[in-house]
Design a protein around this ligand. Structure first.
Ligand code: FMN
Length: 203
């Protein structure tokens, strides 16, 4: 059983999504003896932006510079890591209504035609099914259905779209929100998110 744990928050020890993703990854790995765990910190070791040269290398172009060769190898490693994982836990805070750019660079490495999706006569087909993905998202405000800011939510909805597109049907989203609305609300939201995750497993 291969387990991939990813964090993308820039807030280090103060990060809510890191705290939650660590608790969830810990729970899951405890429940699965002999799990092969890989951890990737996208803030500590950021991936570069996707470039034309990198994109061309996916289509068979040979990268010329040593720097690009290194980038191509790193991209391949990220893709392989994702493809090999049975369970993926992703810490994904909301920044400026979307996901951190560090996480977007990771998405740009795993959304690869011919590997995780393909287009056929009937449209797009996801190729990355068969794995479980758990997204842990944290946000300062409230974006649930019926809230005035619901239409500004582009982190959770974006990740749902991307993972759906590449064929992940076993997707769970854990949300802690209203974290900027005072320490009490923060504590309640953090505990509630973890409790919800744990109760769902016990059910
Ligand atoms: C750069 C930055 C941008 C943010 N943008 C938003 C935002 O658009 N909407 C929101 O509700 N909260 C926003 N927040 C608050 C974060 O979503 C909140 O602090 C959350 O806990 C971040 O997760 P983290 O602690 O794991 O980094 C932002 C925080 C930062 C640092």
């Amino acid at each position: 059983m291969k387990f991939l744990h990813i964090d993308s928050s820039i807030l280090g020890g103060n990060s809510a999504s890191r705290q939650l993703s660590a608790a969830i990854a810990g729970q899951l790995s405890k429940a699965t003896p002999g799990v092969d765990m890989v951890y990737r910190d996208l803030a500590a070791e950021p991936l570069s932006h996707l470039t034309g040269e990198l994109f061309a290398a996916r289509q068979g172009a040979v990268p010329e510079s040593p720097a690009m060769q290194k980038d191509v190898a790193a991209s391949q490693a990220v893709l392989d890591e994702f493809l090999e994982a049975d369970i993926v836990v992703i810490g994904a805070p909301m920044y400026n209504f979307g996901i951190p750019s560090q996480l977007k660079s990771w998405i740009d490495r795993i959304a690869v035609a011919g590997k995780t999706f393909r287009y056929g006569p009937s449209g797009p087909e996801g190729l990355a099914g068969g794995k479980q993905v758990i997204v842990v998202t944290s946000r300062g405000g409230l974006y649930g259905a019926g809230m005035p800011a619901a239409a500004f939510e582009h982190a959770e909805s974006y990740l749902r779209a991307v993972f759906g597109f590449i064929g992940v049907t076993n997707l769970e989203i854990v949300v802690a929100e209203g974290l900027a609305m005072g320490p009490e609300q923060r504590e309640k939201a953090m505990q509630g998110a973890l409790k919800g995750f744990t109760e769902l497993r016990a059910a």
